[in-house]
Design a protein around this ligand. Structure first.
Ligand code: SF4
Length: 396
């Protein structure tokens, strides 16, 4: 985590509407579009091409963030949307130096910028672990479970499965005592084997886990998880996963459940979430084009909206982007979609109105409510938790 303790300049008064935006907590930057894998459910169109975010642009990106009224006090800068480790370690060393310099030069007070990578794990070795440590980079690894499930979808371009390489990467993280969390894409075949999935994560001491159900998005236009039957199966899968974990004293913390439990325990309810709150998330592609809302909308174009990008950091500040006609059209539709959710869905307070990218991919518009993705992401986990709570405390 990189911090600066020098005093901050006063913030100018904002027009009322802008006070509803931000703060920026997550900045997703496509350090490279290239990925060394060719997972068959990937939404990225240019993953075979090595296009690199020029670090000469990073000071300007940081300036855009730090000078904006949306800047948060804790910013996670995630290198993602391609495989970030196809670049050399020196790239991230240089990024750290630039971040430190920008925080110093800009005189920002108490702002923390923490770098993250979301990686397929196949390139992690001791050298990368040294890089993660010296740059204090938080590591997320994508692994879909046991080899036969993982290798069905996560393969190199020559068709070879990537599981062995990914597990070697995880072993390197362990050897070097680098903490990490895991994101696992749930596909139809994973759902048939909840016990094998659970035991895989437990036995490999992967205790911080998030499930992303395979989605229909981007160039991935169909999913093995489409249909109501799949939703019933997923409910059974998650229920089994929870029961297995509960029997072991919950060693594996599943993001889907934990988020809901946190809200319930704090007696909090959402009226928005970071995926539909403008300038809570900033996404930047390798060319410097940027968007807000859901990172998976970055550089997507459609007949209805044109590109979801608001502009390029070379030409446009964030505050100017927030005042463009394009932004307002997107925001009007996102807000209207949230209102539909609020008026029609019992889960709104635990969801905050869903994910813009899924609304767009499934319905062609942001101005809508329920999606298959929100049933997987929110409704099914909430139902399972409520069922469990109604059953009373576990029998010891
Ligand atoms: S669960 Fe779905 S329908 Fe309900 S608020 Fe969330 S996105 Fe909207």
């Amino acid at each position: 985590m990189i911090t600066s303790d020098t005093p901050s300049p006063p913030t100018a008064a904002l027009p009322l509407e802008l006070n509803r935006f931000g703060p920026i907590g997550l900045v997703v930057v496509q350090s490279t579009s290239l990925c060394n894998l060719d997972c068959d459910y990937c939404y990225l169109p240019d993953r075979q091409r090595k296009q690199v975010f020029d670090l000469d642009l990073l000071p300007l990106l940081l300036k855009r963030i730090l000078e904006s009224p949306f800047c948060g006090s804790e910013v996670s800068l995630v290198w993602h949307a391609g495989e970030p480790l196809t670049l050399p370690c020196s790239y991230y060393d240089e990024a750290t130096a630039i971040i430190q310099r920008s925080l110093r030069e800009y005189g920002t007070s108490g702002i923390q910028i923490e770098q993250h990578v979301q990686t397929n794990g196949t390139l992690i070795n001791d050298t990368w672990c040294d890089c993660f440590r010296r740059n204090q980079i938080v590591v997320g690894v994508s692994v879909d479970g046991p080899a036969e499930i993982h290798d069905e979808h996560r393969r190199f371009r020559n068709g070879r499965g990537s599981h062995t390489f990914c597990m070697d990467g995880i072993e390197a993280l362990r050897r070097n005592a680098i903490p990490f969390h895991v994101i696992s894409v749930v596909t139809a075949s994973a759902m048939q084997q909840p016990e094998a999935m659970y035991r895989f994560f437990r036995d490999h001491e992967i205790y911080s886990l998030g499930f992303n159900v395979e989605e229909q998005e981007g160039v991935h236009t169909s999913s093995s998880m489409q249909g109501l039957e799949r939703e019933d199966q997923y409910r059974q899968f998650l229920r089994n996963f929870w029961q297995l974990s509960e029997a072991d004293g919950h060693p594996v913390v599943l993001r889907e459940f934990q988020q809901v439990i946190n809200l319930i325990q704090r007696n909090q309810r959402l009226n928005q979430n970071e995926l539909n709150r403008p300038f809570s998330i900033l996404s930047v592609d390798w060319q410097g084009n940027f968007s807000t809302f859901d990172p998976e909308l970055l550089s997507v174009s459609s007949e209805r909206y044109g590109s979801f990008n608001l502009g390029n950091i070379r030409d446009l500040s964030l505050i100017d982007a927030a005042q463009t006609e394009k932004f307002h059209r997107l925001w009007d539709e996102v807000r209207s979609g949230m209102q539909r959710c609020e008026s029609s869905c019992d889960y709104f307070g635990l969801c905050g109105g869903g994910m813009s990218s899924n609304k767009f991919w499934e319905h062609g518009t942001l101005d809508c409510s329920e999606t298959s993705a929100c049933r997987f992401r929110t409704q099914v986990p909430v139902k399972i938790l409520l069922e469990r709570f109604e059953d009373g405390p576990p029998v010891s």
